[in-house]
Design a protein around this ligand. Structure first.
Ligand code: CMC
Length: 378
């Protein structure tokens, strides 16, 4: 058997062959199925991009309308899922509520038919359609309110924002939110996608695949960073405090949230687009000091760590955008999951097409031939 060098975090080790997305971390390029994200952010919608990723090509007008129609009419969640969510503690994190609810969906659709394209399509539609409803339902129920029914006359993003506070969103806000979903939908072999593919490789159901990916996305080194960025900006509190804060992080060797990336050694192209979106929102709805603090952070971190290739990543500006939209901080990562579910499902489908169960090896560095010590002699 070939012996490979152990690489912590599997750095540089390919875990799959994939044609879904591509990153050039030196040039700051991200493509979905070969199309640059800048172009998709300008011209596409989240559902169209989801279709592109999952089925490999941009849909025709009829295909897109058909997909949008199916998603629209699968948005409601079963009352038994709602009842289950009502029992969750209101102090629990919405990512945990989402992980449990996504897994619970599998209880209702337990007939696994992985070779049937209709089963794949139904599962894709159901997960993309219901995850936003579950996030919004938990948000309202934890405040003691009933969930809001989805509105069939609203597009995907407008409906989610409507379900959060029963108010039709401003059209610019809804469009910016949709672009954020496009930017967050897919990103090659990141931790949650890897986790989705490992789970998929056992030929379990797509609800288990998504639930395991949601659990992985929640950590602060991955999708959870967007929430931590806002907490960090609040803690810093003013532009003058930025430099001492960063110097303290560097002295104590603690990570500055929203900066650095395993693949990008330049500013993340998604962060560039998100910064522009944040500016549009600030122009229309008023600037706040957090944007000034963020810009100063980017400047000081660039000065101190730019030579190491550490620049803002997607999570640095997404939090600012969502905060300006009035979305509670602990919903930022569930929103990341609303987007990323389409990427995970594209990888689920691709994994199934050429499946082999993931079963890597390890470098054992423990003991051998140890004798058992009876309990009274330990
Ligand atoms: N602040 C300070 N130093 C950093 C940072 C940071 N944010 N990121 C990397 N470094 C330094 C790190 O200390 C190390 O320095 P040295 O070589 O002197 O020991 C070097 O850069 C390499 O860091 P690493 O942690 O080994 O890099 P990694 O590829 O294993 O981790 C990362 C990548 C994203 C986990 C890391 O940069 C990080 O923890 N960033 C902060 C959390 C964050 O923003 N996460 C969101 C990532 S992007 C979206 C997503 O994946 O969801």
């Amino acid at each position: 058997m070939m012996v490979c060098e152990y690489k912590p975090g599997l750095e540089g080790i390919p875990a799959a062959q994939s044609s879904i997305s591509y990153v050039d971390g030196q040039k700051g390029i991200l493509e979905y199925r070969g199309i640059r994200i800048e172009e998709l952010a300008e011209k596409s919608t989240f559902l169209e991009t989801a279709y592109l990723l999952i089925w490999g090509e941009l849909p025709s007008k009829e295909e897109l309308e058909g997909f949008e129609h199916e998603v629209r009419y699968h948005r409601r969640i079963k009352y038994r899922i709602r009842d289950m969510m009502k029992c969750f503690p209101e102090s629990g994190h919405p990512m945990d509520a989402l992980q449990a609810s996504a897994a619970a969906l599998g209880l209702f659709y337990s007939l696994r038919d992985l070779h049937n394209p209709a089963y794949i399509r139904d599962s894709v539609v159901r997960l993309i359609a219901t995850i936003p409803t579950m996030v919004a339902a938990f948000q309202l129920m934890r405040k003691g309110n009933d969930p809001v029914r989805p509105r069939d006359d609203l597009d995907y993003s407008s409906n989610f924002l409507y379900m959060l506070d029963e108010k039709e969103p401003d059209p610019l806000m809804a469009r910016i939110f949709d672009i954020c979903l496009i930017l967050q939908v897919e990103h090659t072999m990141n931790a949650s996608t890897f986790s989705a593919r490992v789970t998929a490789s056992t030929l379990t159901d797509p609800y288990a695949v998504v639930a395991s990916a949601v659990g992985t996305l929640g950590g602060p080194l991955h999708g959870g960073a967007n929430e931590e960025v806002i907490q960090m900006l609040e803690k810093i509190g003013s532009v003058e405090n930025v430099r001492p804060y960063i110097e303290h992080c560097l002295e104590t060797k603690s990570k500055i949230m929203g900066f650095g990336h395993r693949v990008y050694k330049v500013k993340d192209p998604r962060a560039i687009i998100l910064q522009g979106l944040a500016e549009k929102l600030f122009e229309k709805f008023g600037y706040d000091k957090f944007y000034d603090i963020a810009q100063e952070m980017e400047r000081v971190v660039g000065e101190k760590l730019g030579s190491k290739g550490i620049y803002p990543n997607i999570d640095f500006y997404s939090g600012l955008v969502y905060r300006k939209m009035g979305i509670p901080t602990d919903l930022f990562t569930p929103i990341f999951a609303i987007a990323r579910v389409a990427g995970w499902l594209a990888h689920w489908k691709e994994q199934l097409a050429e499946n082999r169960i993931f079963r890597p090896t390890q470098v054992y560095n423990g003991l051998h031939e140890v004798t058992y010590t009876p309990i009274d002699q330990r």
